[in-house]
Design a binder for this molecule. Structure first.
Ligand SMILES: *Cc1c(COP(=O)(O)O)cnc(C)c1O
Length: 475
């Protein structure tokens, strides 16, 4: 495929403007500000540009084009209605006066309330722009909490060895020492190990429940009790809430802070660094440390940006967060309703367990147990046939399926982490199972096929190390 720059023909344009019907004004710019050379923008016709970007789009895999069981990432179908709703707000500007954007403020206010209800938290900020950003916000709130209470000896954050990589990074960025606890033989936090490291120097414990193996931390109430006895805070990584929405709330499990990824559970398309939203919720005692402003309502029923948060951990982002993502989440929540959200969780868990049961015969499931929204295959058995999880994943592409998350969580060797989500049909799940067994058969009889895969994709197998170390984004 040619680059758009290679399609350039002098004089072609893809737009037309109406004739100027107002007096022309010229802004005099200083000489040094003037461009010396032509910017070299490609000159193409409208049809050429439309075809160019459509061709690019068709080369991509997306949830709208096929199965995408990316564990931990919740690649669910995102209803088109959400896009339409987000589009309705396209022409409001963040500098508009509050009185002119009451509708947008009301939406944000209501979304704060809904997310508070879903998570069991008392106050929510919509400011953070991603999950990791929410984690950093949470950790800065922990900092404020320990400063404000004079807990100067609190320097550590505990997390399990199955934690998402962003957790230790966020704790470290907020200035904490990270302490890892090993998982027990059942893939959950080992309570005895936890007790050994829990003392007054611990500021917070970061957990995901269900954890990244898709398993529910059954000792959570005991963990919360121990943490609170030592005045430590419990942080919930709620990037993926798909297994528990409407069923159980982090706030009721004893968590003090939680972040959500609206671009996972609450149905905004994501990936490739697109706009996200990582709201953070806190219990009453931490309300005064939230970033400012939050959206509030006054006695006259007018919505406003409340900057009166004297102990705030600061401002985390320009303006008020990624508003379009909030509109999508709000639409999704209203459309689903309380029962709908609950049902989505139930279906997500059912689908994951269906796949797990179908695959467990010949694929080794790590910590095989009833799972929540996802489960992990231990791919070390593939070595017997001379192939790796990576080869297996690449071969899936040839069958039009996006590979699951691989090599995560780190505690499972050759991991393949599968999350089908609630939006896939039984037929689609059965097709996936069929393809998995077909590739396994190929691995047994002709492993070279897997090692050279993929064959049908726009680009064949990449050298991922070079691609990582010598990033080259231009042709
Ligand atoms: C995706 C994810 C994150 C990070 O979210 P980003 O929006 O990518 O920063 C954190 N924790 C878990 C468990 C996740 O799945």
């Amino acid at each position: 495929m040619k680059l758009i720059f290679e399609k350039d023909k002098y004089g072609r344009t893809a737009f037309s403007l109406p004739k100027l019907d107002v007096p022309e004004t010229k802004i005099e710019l200083e000489e040094e500000l003037l461009r010396k050379e032509d910017p070299g923008l490609p000159q193409v016709h409208e049809l050429e540009i439309v075809r160019h970007y459509n061709e690019l789009e068709r080369k991509n895999h997306s949830v709208d084009s096929g199965f995408y069981p990316l564990g931990s990432c919740t690649m669910k179908y995102n209803p088109m209605l959400n896009e339409e709703m987000a589009g309705m707000f396209n022409n409001i500007h963040p500098y508009l006066d509050e009185e002119h954007i009451q509708g947008a403020l009301e939406l944000m206010y209501n979304l704060q309330k809904h997310l508070g209800e879903i998570t069991g938290m008392d106050a929510i900020t919509l400011q953070p722009a991603a999950g990791a950003h929410g984690e950093l916000t949470g950790m800065l709130i922990v900092r404020k909490y320990i400063e404000d209470n004079g807990y100067t000896n609190k320097t550590k954050v505990i997390l399990p060895d199955s934690a998402h990589g962003t957790n230790p990074a966020s704790a470290k960025m907020a200035g904490f020492d990270v302490l890892e606890v090993k998982s027990g033989p059942d893939g959950r936090v080992d309570l005895e190990e936890f007790k050994k490291v829990m003392d007054d120097s611990v500021a917070a414990i970061m957990l995901t429940n269900p954890n990244t193996l898709g398993l529910f931390e059954k000792d959570i109430l005991e963990i919360a009790k121990l943490a609170h006895e030592h005045h430590a805070l419990l942080y919930y990584d709620g990037a993926n809430l798909n297994a528990i929405m409407g069923k159980v709330r982090p706030g009721d499990m004893g968590f003090d802070i939680v972040h959500l990824n609206l671009h996972k559970t609450f149905s905004t398309p994501h990936g490739m660094g697109g706009p996200g939203s990582g709201p953070v919720g806190v219990k009453e005692k931490l309300k005064n440390y939230l970033p400012k402003p939050i959206v509030d309502i006054n006695e006259d029923g007018k919505y406003f940006f409340n900057y009166d948060i004297p102990k705030s951990c600061g401002r985390l982002r320009t303006f008020y967060g990624n508003f379009g993502v909030m509109v999508r989440a709000y639409t999704y929540i209203l459309m689903m309703g309380k029962e709908g959200l609950k049902f989505a969780s139930e279906m997500a868990v059912l689908n994951a367990n269906y796949l797990r049961k179908k695959l467990e015969k010949d694929f080794k499931i790590a910590f095989d147990d009833v799972c929540k929204h996802e489960f992990v295959i231990d791919g070390t058995f593939l070595k017997e046939y001379g192939v790796k999880t990576l080869d297996f994943a690449k071969r899936l592409l040839d069958y039009g399926i996006h590979p699951p998350t691989i090599y995560f969580p780190l505690i499972v060797h050759e991991a393949m982490m599968i999350e089908p989500t609630e939006t896939e049909s039984k037929e689609e799940l059965d097709h996936f199972v069929e393809v998995m067994y077909k590739i396994l058969e190929e691995a047994k009889t002709d492993p070279e096929i897997l090692k050279e895969a993929p064959y049908n994709t726009p680009v064949r197998r990449l050298n991922e190390t070079v691609a990582n170390k010598q990033l080259k984004l231009r042709g």
